[in-house]
Write a protein that binds this ligand. Structure first.
Ligand code: PLP
Length: 410
């Protein structure tokens, strides 16, 4: 790497180095929305691909038809084909695209071509764990849709089959948009899909949070259970570079989605990201089931260990979770310990333990660093000592963290 020249360049280099050390070696990351990217995928992210274009879309130039607007793309196009084929194999889908630049844009990639303005969506409200992007003022407003609530009233924002079916029959939406930011339990998808298809509604499954678990066969299998299109972020429980992907078995839907990506949702699809994503897809083809099993087993074990130490969590009667997330029971946390979820997260951050400020604890990244269910009582103890009792556990966390040197499942 060339040496930084100016003071600002040196400052920048120092900040990036410090970030990498802090987030890569000095903390346990329990943020449910994040993961650690494999070393090979990181190498591809920094490859020459990061500055290149390819646009393998036929165009007419002065009466001549060309198959790409660029030259020099012989490897780029093969990397994309390899990535799409790997995604199709891993999710056992007939069609896949790795082009969406993020989970949110993967959603737009499905919604915009499939549903005309004035369509009605059924989506889980944000106060029941739904994604803010699907709230009335956001994506639905952008695309001219109305949105009605799909209830997720159960413990841990769980969707009950009878309530979902009743809402679908009453509202007769154009699409049921599943997916949550607070996502603990699989959906009763067969019942939802049967009711939705009976009123000609599409079932769109935003798997952003649980994509890595679905890849490992651990959560639910949306395409087999009735979802028409599955899409999501590739960097939450799925341990890839930040980005999105989309899979479906339906040729009619993919025939509308795929040609609409370029020049509508985005132009350049970031080929270094796609190479890194392809590597992660191939890694999960090898080790996905063991990875996903470990993540969920860790979450359930950490739930038990925290609850045994009087940290209130939701859905205890259901084993806390079936995903990579645990949810603090925020009202009880405040009432029983005198601290809110945000303050707890800030205290823990100072002790090198990262959880988010809205009450989610995630176990995907720590599984990648080698923690197993046997480690969860010790982790829970550190969370309680550092977050609730305000002890200075940072040095102990650092010493323990430094014993995990190699990224697993990579
Ligand atoms: C359910 C859900 N969908 C979509 C997104 C957006 O993902 P991205 O940040 O990859 O655009 C999120 C982000 O947290 C999410 O929770």
């Amino acid at each position: 790497m060339s040496r930084p020249v100016t003071d600002e360049e040196r400052r920048l280099a120092g900040l990036v180095r410090a970030h990498d050390r802090w987030r890569g070696r000095d903390v346990f990351n329990l943020l449910a929305s994040e993961n650690a990217v494999s070393p090979t995928a990181r190498r591809y992210l920094a490859s020459d691909l990061s500055g290149r274009y390819t646009l393998p879309v036929p165009a007419t130039v002065d009466g001549e038809t060309v198959d790409n607007s660029y030259t020099g793309t012989r490897y780029t196009d093969r990397i994309e084909s390899l990535a799409n084929a790997a995604a199709a194999r891993l999710f056992r889908a007939k069609f896949a695209t790795t082009r969406p630049l993020s989970g949110h844009l993967a959603a737009l990639s499905a919604l915009a071509p499939l549903l005309p303005p004035r369509s009605k969506l059924l989506a889980i409200p944000t106060d029941q764990g739904g994604y803010d992007g699907y709230a009335p003022g956001f994506v639905p407003a952008l695309l001219g849709y109305s949105v009605r609530p799909l209830p997720a009233n159960g413990p841990g924002h769980r969707v009950a089959a009878d309530e979902a079916v009743a809402a679908i029959r009453e509202e007769r939406p154009n699409a049921v948009l599943l997916g949550q930011s607070f996502f603990l339990f699989p959906y009763p998808l067969r019942e939802i899909a049967e009711a939705a298809h009976a009123v000609d509604a599409l079932v769109l499954y935003d798997a952003s949070h649980v994509l890595g678990l679905i890849a490992g066969g651990e959560f639910q299998d949306p395409l087999r259970e009735g979802a028409d299109v599955v899409f999501g972020s590739t960097h939450k429980s799925f341990p890839g570079p930040q980005g999105g992907l989309l899979v479906t078995d339906r040729a009619d839907l993919f025939g509308q989605i795929d040609p609409a990506l370029v020049w509508r949702v985005f132009d350049n699809a970031h080929w270094n990201r796609i190479a890194g994503l392809a590597q992660t897809l191939l890694e999960l083809e090898r080790v996905g089931p063991e990875y996903a099993r470990t993540v969920v087993a860790n979450a359930r074990a950490l739930g038990r260990a925290l609850s045994d130490r009087q940290v209130p969590l939701v859905a205890e009667a259901d084993g806390f979770t079936r995903s990579h997330q645990l949810h603090l029971d925020r009202p009880r946390l405040r009432a029983e310990t005198g601290v809110g979820a945000g303050a707890l997260a800030r205290r823990l951050e100072r002790q090198r333990l990262l959880i988010d400020l809205v009450g989610r604890i995630g176990t995907a990244e720590v599984a990648r660093w080698g923690l197993t269910p046997d480690d969860m009582p010790r982790l829970a103890e550190l969370i309680v000592r550092g977050g609730v009792r305000r002890e200075r556990v940072g040095p102990e966390v650092l010493a323990w963290r430094r014993t995990f040197r190699t990224l697993r499942f990579a």
